[in-house]
Design a protein around this ligand. Structure first.
Ligand SMILES: Cc1cc2nc3c(=O)[nH]c(=O)nc-3n(C[C@H](O)[C@H](O)[C@H](O)COP(=O)(O)O)c2cc1C
Length: 156
């Protein structure tokens, strides 16, 4: 049975809402898929290797005083605890949230993509959610189908 490991960080709950909406859609379309959900702050490098596929999700934040950065918890995980991680060609989904009132809107995406590619992973699909996710559920559900299509081992 295939496992998708979801690692996410959230400050106001937006990313968690997107992740929960996504997981519900994945479970509906792929009943044999096991989805594990874990917060970045409780994760170690080994957790990135747990599933057959990995999903990273983070809001954009002013971590370190500069806008356009990862959420602080995701930042510490990826830049510190997991900085030596080898994703071994693992297929990865990437989700970034942001707000269009900021100049670097949803720039967490760039950081997540860079992490995956620089650590030997494969970006299967990416998804940006701009502004509040409430009311954007249909887009999330459609993206769930795209993710499953791009990583067929999850539904095998
Ligand atoms: C202190 C702070 C800094 C932020 N910086 C950015 C930013 O640089 N770019 C952006 O697109 N959104 C920025 N945002 C907006 C958040 O990314 C957005 O509200 C997101 O949905 C939050 O997701 P979360 O609740 O899961 O953390 C910032 C929000 C706060 C409160």
């Amino acid at each position: 049975m295939a496992v998708l490991h979801v690692l996410y960080s959230t400050s106001t709950g937006h990313t968690e809402y997107v992740v929960d909406t996504l997981i519900a859609a994945l479970r509906a379309s792929a009943p044999t898929l096991t989805v594990e959900k874990q917060r970045a702050e409780s994760a170690q490098a080994a957790d990135l290797l747990r599933g057959d596929a990995l999903l990273l999700a983070s809001g954009t934040w002013n971590t370190g005083g500069t806008e356009g950065q990862l959420n602080p918890h995701m930042y510490v995980l990826l830049k510190d605890r997991a900085k030596e991680c080898d994703l071994q060609q693992k297929p990865c989904g990437v989700i970034a949230l942001g707000d269009d009132r900021y100049y670097y809107t949803a720039r967490a995406m760039e950081h997540l993509m860079q992490f995956v590619t620089q650590h030997n992973g494969q970006v299967a699909e990416s998804f940006v959610v701009v502004n509040e996710p409430y009311g954007q559920e249909e887009k999330v559900t459609k993206w769930a189908a795209k993710l499953l299509a791009k990583i067929p081992s999850l539904v095998a």
